[in-house]
Design a binder for this molecule. Structure first.
Ligand code: GLV
Ligand code: MG
Length: 325
């Protein structure tokens, strides 16, 4: 192991994250009663420019008046290149102090973008004597943001998670897509010519590199990597397949742009009973070895290394968080 200790962000359950447009407050109560782990009320792309002020008011009212129960609450503010962002931050902290857990910053391109929002939040929080500091969720969804993701993720204050914003990322990189967050049939390998035998197409995952790069940046800095939207909410199998791919690469949650996607995300992103039991067995074996003064720990005839122990601890911790919901 490196001598450098990676400090972990505040531990939160983030298997599912529901996007709710701030311009449609009729959806707020239903979201509050859902099974979702994190809710972000949106002021950015789901809200038209002439509805921004009203959406901001709706969100502030909703944060103050609705019982959000155990939900982790976030608001997606507008981008730093707009005239709306400063007011989003100032009004949210001044008019709903202490009600929010997180702020989601879209289209982060450089580490200075995070610095700027941190500076603004800190000023308003200090002026309001707000003790609970907002955490930041950053959407990596531009070529610039992806190019700088390692540096961005190393900003060591307030950061909790990185999110892959696949729709804007496709637009920014001019990628050719068919479904938001899904595969494209053109991204395939064609098997070689072999006489008259039929040639097969093997579909590839066009998002593999981007998601993987973001996961590495997040994990190297103790942050949660979260996969973004899957546009076709009628396609449950497609959603599950994508969620499984990102979970396999290390993501620990996925967005739901429709309530029907919440349970799918929770299911894919929760450890199975078998995995939790195995993790507990690893930790038990470690305890016994410690008591017996043994340096090396083995289970089922295999040596357990430090990395497996860490993984087991994370899994058991997560299962405790799930059980506490
Ligand atoms: C999310 O914001 C996306 O662009 O996919
Ligand atoms: Mg976006």
């Amino acid at each position: 192991m490196s001598f450098k200790i990676i400090e972990q962000a505040t531990a939160r359950l983030n298997r599912s994250e529901l996007a709710v447009p701030g311009s449609n407050p009729t959806l707020f109560e239903k979201a509050a009663k859902s099974n979702v782990d994190v809710i972000f009320l949106d002021l950015e792309d789901a809200v038209a420019p002439d509805e921004k002020d009203q959406a901001r008011k709706n969100i502030i009212e909703g944060l103050n008046d609705i019982d959000w129960n155990t939900k982790v609450m976030s608001v997606r503010i507008n981008g730093l290149d707009t005239q709306f962002m400063y007011k989003d931050v100032v009004d949210l902290i001044e008019k709903a102090p202490g009600k929010l857990d997180l702020i989601m910053i879209p289209k982060v391109g450089t580490i200075s973008d995070v610095y700027a929002v941190d500076m603004l939040c800190t000023q308003v929080e200090d002026a309001m004597n707000v003790e609970k500091r907002l955490g930041f969720e950053l959407i990596i969804e531009t070529a610039l943001g992806m190019q700088n993701v390692n540096e961005i993720a190393s900003y060591n204050r307030r950061l909790e998670s990185l999110h892959f914003g696949v729709a804007d990322y496709a637009a920014s990189t001019k990628a050719k897509t068919t479904v938001i967050g899904g595969p494209n049939p053109n991204y395939h390998v064609l098997t070689d010519i072999d006489g008259d035998k039929p040639r097969h197409r093997h579909w590839g995952d066009m998002w593999h590199h981007a998601v993987s790069k973001m996961v590495i940046a997040a994990r190297a800095n103790g942050l949660r990597p979260i996969d973004g939207p899957f546009g076709d909410f009628g396609d449950k199998d497609g959603y599950i397949a994508q969620a499984n791919r990102s979970a396999t690469l290390g993501c620990e949650g996925k967005w739901a742009i429709h309530p029907s996607q919440i349970d799918l995300a929770n299911e894919v992103m929760s450890p199975s009973d078998k995995e939790v039991n195995q993790a507990k067995r690893i930790l038990d074996a470690m305890e016994i070895a410690k008591k017996e003064g043994k340096g090396a720990v083995s289970l089922d005839g295999r040596l357990i290394d430090i990395a497996s122990i860490r993984q087991a601890e994370v899994l058991v911790e997560k299962s405790k968080l799930i059980a506490s919901r």
